[in-house]
Structures are given as C-alpha cells and as structure tokens.
Design a protein around this ligand. Structure first.
Ligand code: CMP
Length: 151
C-alpha cells in the first residue's frame, strides 16, 4: 500500500489546524500509520528541502519550517500520494480548488499549511527521512473492507 509524508507546517500548528488536517485525511479514508509533534532541526530541514537549494525562497523556507513545531505524519492508502495532494489542493493557495485545505485555509505559497510528498518514490524517501522503521505502526483497520477493498 502506498505511503506519503504529511507535515502540518508551523502556520497550521500555530493556527490550530492540526485537527482539521487530520480530520479531512481520516474522513477521506486514508489510514494514519505514524505521527509525531516535533521541532525540526536545521539539518533535517536542509535535507528535506535539498531539492530547493539555490532557489530564491530556500533560505526562508528552511527558516520557516524550523521556527516552530510541526506535526509530522505518515498516511497510507491506495494512491495515497495523489489522494493527499488532492485533499491539500495546489501548492499556491490562490490556485487551490474550492473545498481543498489550502483553498479553505490559506492565501500565501509561503504559508500553505502543509507539505505532502509529490510522488510515491519521494513518499518512500521522505517517510524514511522523517521516521524510523519502528515508529511506523502496522495496524489492522476493521473498516478497511468498506473503504479500500476490491470486490
Ligand atoms: P512544500 O510542499 O512544503 O514544498 C516546498 C515548499 O516551498 C512549498 O510547499 C512552498 O511552501 C514553498 N514554495 C514553493 N514555491 C515558493 C515560492 N515561489 N515562494 C515561496 N515559497 C515557495
């Protein structure tokens, strides 16, 4: 089953929107397999955003993700990467579709509430970067036959 990293970034935490993010992903049918509320180190921030190094917004991005705690989570489901990104909406909140989290709760690309892995490959990499294997909970969800099973 596909897994993806989701971060409720400092703006989402400060604004009391952790529950809203979790609630929407739960209601979508995705399964939470790991979560931790942490202060991000400079090293983790630089590794996570290494792909953006050299871009004009890189320094601000690292400063921002390390300025206050984040809620880091792993969510699982069929096509979890696409499903989560759809629920989040476009990276630029003013381009996010109505009903998505970023449409409903954000205005600025530099304060866009959440991060979500952008491909299954990056999902695997980011989950491994943020979580130890023993932090991932392999649990049976009794409602799965009503959400993710085929016929
Ligand atoms: P995220 O999904 O965390 O991945 C990279 C982040 O960089 C992105 O969300 C935005 O918060 C941020 N970002 C991307 N483009 C810009 C930009 N042009 N200006 C400021 N921040 C940006």
């Amino acid at each position: 089953m596909e897994r993806t990293l989701v971060l409720v970034k400092p703006d989402g935490v400060q604004r009391g929107l952790i529950g809203e993010v979790i609630s929407r992903l739960e209601r979508r049918g995705l399964k939470l397999v790991a979560a931790k509320f942490i202060q991000v180190s400079q090293e983790l921030a630089e590794t996570h955003y290494a792909i953006h190094k050299g871009k004009p917004f890189y320094e601000g991005l690292v400063r921002y993700i390390t300025c206050a705690p984040v809620m880091a989570m792993v969510w699982e489901g069929p096509a979890a990467v696409a499903a989560v990104r759809q629920t989040m909406g476009a990276t630029r909140p003013t381009e996010a579709a109505p009903g998505t989290l970023r449409h409903d709760f954000a205005l600025s690309i530099s304060r866009n509430l959440t991060h979500a892995s952008d491909s299954p490959e990056n999902g695997e990499k980011e989950v491994a970067l943020w979580f130890k294997a023993e932090e991932l909970t392999g649990w049976e969800r009794s409602v799965d036959p009503w959400i993710v099973e085929g016929n």
